[in-house]
Design a protein around this ligand. Structure first.
Ligand code: KIV
Length: 281
């Protein structure tokens, strides 16, 4: 897909072509640029920003203003990747009217391409209304972090047959409501496979095994920038935090011990100008 803006049709086509989709989170311009340059298909400005950027305990306190601010920055970095704006808690739960107004704000003010919201069967009418208003929606089922306390915490979902069946029903309901793809979080791998085989739209897993249509990870988890806790489903591709801390320590040592900046990092002035200045003082 190199060199052109990725559309929801490309995302849907990828499943038909058996091409795995890649998705990561970004919360600012440099990470948007890097994800785009790496050829990632979908960049999610996730409300996980509450935890990995804002230092909150969860995602519940994240606001529309927080999201729009970060979406604007990411969008400037993403020329090709499809940019997804995550609807924060209570921006779509209060009424269908609120859901449409706030989804519209994400696109109009933030500039993202599509929105994502958490919820299954109960949210099908909301999804249908947003899609009817002309805004593409990505669903998010399984473990839904905004309502994690109601689900008993940040735990795998769909453990027994009845709970698994409910998630399959959620997938079907939101597909019927018009989502263009589904994020499936923290479910047993065999359930991930069943759901990916049941629905026609791409299922992008995070802790849902490898037999789904693509994967998403929180970038700050996979590069080891945020390591307060690392969920089981995260693979750390690098550990960037110690690298950054070492650089900061080296800088501090340089300033104190070796007199940074050196001549190479300093601006010069002609001897003549310097002499003149001294006379003026
Ligand atoms: O907010 C987020 O980063 C997410 C991912 C976990 C999919 O919703």
């Amino acid at each position: 897909m190199g060199g052109k803006k990725i559309t929801i049709n490309d995302i849907k086509q990828a499943k038909k072509d058996h091409r795995k989709l890649t998705m990561v989170t970004a919360y600012d311009y440099p990470f948007g640029l890097m994800a785009d340059e790496a050829g990632i298909d979908i960049v999610l400005v996730g409300d996980s920003l509450g935890m990995v950027v804002m230092g909150l305990d969860g995602t519940v306190a994240v606001t529309m203003e927080n999201m729009i601010h970060h979406i604007k920055a990411v969008v400037r970095g993403c020329k090709n990747a499809l940019v997804v704006g995550d609807m924060p808690f209570m921006s779509y739960n209060t009424s269908i009217r609120d859901a449409i107004i706030n989804s519209g704000r994400m696109l109009k003010e933030g500039g993202c391409d599509v929105i994502k919201l958490e919820g299954g069967t109960d949210f099908a009418p909301t999804i249908e209304a947003i899609v009817k208003a002309g805004i593409p929606v990505q669903g998010h089922i399984g473990l839904t972090p905004q309502t994690a306390s109601a689900l008993g915490g940040f735990k795998m979902q769909g453990k027994d047959a009845a709970a698994a069946k409910k998630i399959v029903d959620d997938a079907k309901a939101i597909e019927d409501a018009g989502v263009f793809s589904i994020i499936l979080e923290a479910v047993p791998a065999p359930l991930g496979k069943i759901i990916a085989e049941t629905v026609q739209v791409p299922v992008i897993g995070i802790g849902a095994g490898s037999d789904v249509d693509g994967q998403v990870l929180v970038t700050h988890d996979m590069i080891g920038l945020f390591d307060k806790f690392v969920p089981k489903f995260v693979k750390q591709y690098t550990k960037i935090r110690p690298v950054i801390i070492d650089a900061l320590k080296e800088y501090k040592k340089d300033v104190i011990d070796t007199g940074f900046p050196a001549a190479a990092h300093s601006f010069s002035m002609s001897d003549e100008a310097l002499e003149q200045l001294k006379k003026m003082l």
